[in-house]
Design a protein around this ligand. Structure first.
Ligand SMILES: [Fe+2]
Ligand SMILES: [Fe+2]
Length: 148
C-alpha cells in the first residue's frame, strides 16, 4: 500500500460517516453518536496526514502552497466541528451546520485526491510513498486510540 491508498482508506471512512450523519439528522441519539465518531476520525486523520504527508511535502517548493492550503482547510473543518459542538442539541441550526460540515469535508477530500495527490506523486520517491504509508497508518492508529 502506498501513502495515497492509505489516505484514501481514511477518506472513505469519513465519507461513510458523513453519509450516516446526514441519514440520522432526525434521530438525535444516533446523530450524536455518529457526529462524535466523525469528529474522532477527522482529528486522527488530520494529525497523521499533516505529520506523514504534508510535512514531507514542505521540503519541495511545488508542494508548499497545496500543503498550506490543505492544512488551513483542516483548521476550518476543526472550527466547524467546534461550532456544532457549541450548539444546543435541540437547536434548529444543527442539521444545516452538519450539512455544511459534510460538504466541506467532501470538498477537501476531493481536492486532495484529485489535485494534491497528483502533485505529491511527482515529488515523493517510490520508497517514500511506501514508507509514509506505514508511518501514516501507525500515527493514525495512535491518534485514533487516544481517549477523546
Ligand atoms: Fe486533509
Ligand atoms: Fe485527507
Amino acid at each position: 500500500m502506498n501513502i495515497f491508498e492509505a489516505l484514501r482508506v481514511s477518506h472513505e471512512t469519513q465519507r461513510a460517516l458523513s453519509a450516516r450523519l446526514l441519514a440520522s439528522l432526525s434521530d438525535t441519539p444516533e446523530r450524536d453518536r455518529v457526529f462524535k465518531e466523525l469528529k474522532l476520525e477527522l482529528k486522527a486523520h488530520e494529525i497523521a496526514e499533516e505529520r506523514c504527508f504534508y510535512v514531507p511535502l514542505f521540503a519541495h517548493d511545488v508542494t508548499v502552497d497545496p500543503s498550506r492550503h490543505a492544512i488551513a482547510e483542516h483548521h476550518e473543518i476543526d472550527e466547524m466541528v467546534e461550532d456544532i459542538e457549541e450548539l444546543a442539541s435541540g437547536s434548529s441550526s444543527w442539521p444545516e451546520a452538519a450539512k455544511k460540515l459534510t460538504h466541506k469535508i467532501e470538498h477537501h477530500l476531493t481536492e486532495e485526491e484529485h489535485k494534491f495527490f497528483q502533485e505529491a506523486g511527482k515529488v515523493l520517491t517510490e520508497s517514500q510513498k511506501l514508507s509514509l504509508a506505514k508511518e501514516y497508518e501507525a500515527e493514525f492508529l495512535t491518534q485514533r486510540l487516544k481517549p477523546a
